[in-house]
Design a protein around this ligand. Structure first.
Ligand SMILES: NC(=O)c1ccc[n+]([C@@H]2O[C@H](COP(=O)([O-])OP(=O)(O)OC[C@H]3O[C@@H](n4cnc5c(N)ncnc54)[C@H](O)[C@@H]3O)[C@@H](O)[C@H]2O)c1
Length: 316
């Protein structure tokens, strides 16, 4: 099975490495970048690592090489550092990249859709949710989803696990809404072993308000913390993207907080989504208290406005 990655910068190359190392789900990886020398270099580097993994061929190519790809992962575009989106006090966050990256998508998506008309399209570029709505429009089909808040939900689980001294795999906790500053952390349904996390945190004598504030800040701005150290957040999202590719190729019906267009809300947002062949097959609303529901309504309003701006860039 063929997988393509468009944009072979920090995130695209980390995604390709994770695809090679996870192994088994794809047989061929094609890397495409407008900087073809970069795609050639990353493909050559990875090809020499591939013999250590289950059989996979890695090569660079052009859009013509996307024929028969089952899924195309799009990471092309400016990142937060290049796009000046690294100010924690700026509520726009990743939305600052919207105009720049909508123009990149206007170039990339029609070429992808023409070369691989049956492929599922996974949007990774920031801001991923409005760009996924734009991709729906540009590709002319519904097999589009974004990485959404899976990365934020993993960060939430890791932060809670650290504080509770349990392994992150055993923490059930979701972030929904926008992958961005308006995202909503669902504290009311976060559990460990069936026990609400609030109860466990309270039992440790910690001030719940203080813990919440610290955790929310760490998660909402985790990208900036990473970028301050390395210039680009890449390994976490690379692993997330490879995991999502696997869920689609294996038709897993995996339940994950990824984003797809919701007819109910009229935008692409993350809820509890069922992922398999063809992309997101069902979306369900996790349990929320009134405060969380209000926050989700605000997040949807942010996404609606951003999606309109993305469409306007392409219409102009
Ligand atoms: N969804 C998430 O959770 C998440 C996490 C981290 C980063 N990101 C986003 O992923 C994107 C990529 O980040 P990065 O750090 O890899 O950036 P990068 O600058 O390292 O790489 C971007 C690549 O895209 C290529 N590119 C640009 N325009 C292109 C076009 N028209 N056609 C083909 N290729 C093109 C560039 O040549 C470059 O190699 C950014 O928007 C970043 O903010 C998203």
């Amino acid at each position: 099975m063929k997988v393509a990655v468009i944009g072979v910068g920090a995130v695209g190359s980390a995604t390709a490495l994770s695809l090679v190392e996870r192994g088994g789900s794809c047989r061929e990886i094609v890397l495409v970048d407008r900087d073809s020398a970069r795609a050639d270099g990353v493909a050559a580097d990875l090809r020499y690592a591939a013999p250590l993994s289950p059989v996979v061929d890695v090569r660079s190519g052009g859009y013509q090489d996307l024929a028969d790809a089952r899924i195309v992962v799009i990471t092309a575009g400016a990142n937060e550092k290049a796009g000046g989106a690294t100010d924690r006090s700026d509520p726009r966050g990743r939305l600052r990249l919207l105009e720049t990256n909508a123009k990149v998508y206007a170039d990339v998506v029609p070429q992808v859709a023409a070369a691989a008309p049956q492929a599922v399209l996974l949007v990774v570029t920031d801001p991923p949710d409005p760009l996924a709505d734009l991709t729906l429009r540009l590709a002319g089909h519904q097999r589009v989803f974004s990485t959404g808040t899976l990365i934020d939900s993993l960060r939430f689980r890791v932060q809670l696990a650290d504080r509770l001294r349990v392994r992150p795999r055993d923490v059930q906790a979701l972030v929904v809404g926008e992958h961005g500053t308006s995202e909503v952390l669902l504290w009311s349904s976060a559990t460990v072993g069936g026990i609400p996390v609030d109860e466990l945190l309270g039992g440790r004598g910690d001030s719940l308000d203080q813990v919440r504030e610290a955790v929310e800040k760490d998660i909402r701005y985790a990208n900036i913390t990473i970028i301050e150290g390395t210039g680009a957040s890449q390994y976490g999202i690379g692993a997330v993207s490879a995991r999502l590719v696997e869920a689609v190729l294996r038709d897993e019906h995996a339940v994950l907080p990824v984003a797809a267009h919701s007819a109910t809300y009229g935008v692409t947002l993350s809820l509890s989504s069922v992922l398999g062949a063809g992309g997101v097959q069902q979306m369900h609303e996790p349990a929320m208290n009134a405060e969380e529901r209000d926050a989700l309504t605000r997040s949807v309003a942010v996404l609606r406005e951003a999606t309109e701006r993305a469409m306007a860039v392409v219409a102009a």
